[in-house]
Design a protein around this ligand. Structure first.
Ligand SMILES: [Zn+2]
Length: 257
């Protein structure tokens, strides 16, 4: 008899290792570098890392966030991404069990983690994630919730609504408020989650975006232009919608049936 804690522990450990790979994506995709080659190296002195410097979270902690040879600081974002990915895998397992939908949702969350950090650090939402994401989300919906119809409408609504907002903002203000990266990200979210949850994602993202924007103005930390990029809010909104959105939209649309 296998103890009940084995599977959640395995989810955590496996998630931490996947988080390590996500860190590679986060560093290399915005720089146009290959994911497969070369192996992990110090980004400062270029020395190849040995196996014990590649252990998720633990290596960063034991080396106190510095390269062993050149002593260059290693961003705290690395262990954070590994820990968040580990918790994502655990959360996916607890919410969905070991099901096909659970695996798809965890894959979706991994894409969101990469996009959140690249948007935060470089204001880039790499096409290498969003475009395949749109296709994978739609193909998975042929067999799984939300179903291909909801997915297709979600893709069109997500991409279309944001495209209209971006275009309108540009015409009125004469400067770009939202990039095409945000449009592709929302189309990807729509493809994975369907049109109801993509609308909920927009609500979550706008709501949290306004709170942070107001807080930044109130604390005189700069105006809205320097606020966090919108893609980071979309990523968080989508993660919340994927995990807990279904009861909310069922409750909301229940009134009209
Ligand atoms: Zn180094």
């Amino acid at each position: 008899m296998i103890p009940a804690w084995i599977a959640p522990l395995f989810a955590l450990l496996f998630g931490a290792c996947v988080g390590s790979f996500l860190n590679v994506c986060i560093y290399r995709l915005p720089r146009g570098e290959s994911l497969a080659w070369p192996g992990s190296r110090c980004t400062s002195c270029g020395r190849a890392l040995s196996w014990y410097e590649n252990i998720p979270i633990l290596s960063w902690v034991t080396l106190r966030g510095r390269c062993r040879t050149c002593r260059a600081p290693v961003s705290v974002m690395y262990p954070i991404v590994e820990a968040v990915t580990a918790l994502t895998f655990l959360g996916g397992y607890l919410l969905y069990g070991l099901t096909p939908l659970g695996l798809v949702r965890v894959l979706f969350a991994c894409a969101l983690i990469v996009l959140f950090v690249t948007d935060l650090q470089h204001k880039i939402l790499p096409n290498a994630i969003t475009l395949p994401g749109i296709v994978v989300g739609f193909v998975c919906s042929l067999f799984l919730p939300p179903g291909w119809r909801d997915s297709l409408i979600g893709l069109a609504v997500g991409g279309g609504v944001l495209y209209a907002i971006a275009e309108g903002y540009y015409r009125i203000r004469g400067q770009e408020g939202l990039g095409m990266g945000d449009v592709k990200l929302l189309a990807m979210i729509g493809a994975f989650l369907g049109w109801k949850l993509v609308l909920l994602t927009l609500v979550f993202a706008s709501f949290s975006g306004s709170i942070v924007g107001v807080a930044m103005i109130a604390s005189k930390r700069g105006d809205l232009k320097y606020a966090l990029p919108f893609g980071t809010f979309l990523a968080i909104g989508a993660a919340l919608s994927a995990a807990w959105g279904t009861p909310i939209v069922d409750w909301y649309f229940g009134f009209y049936q």
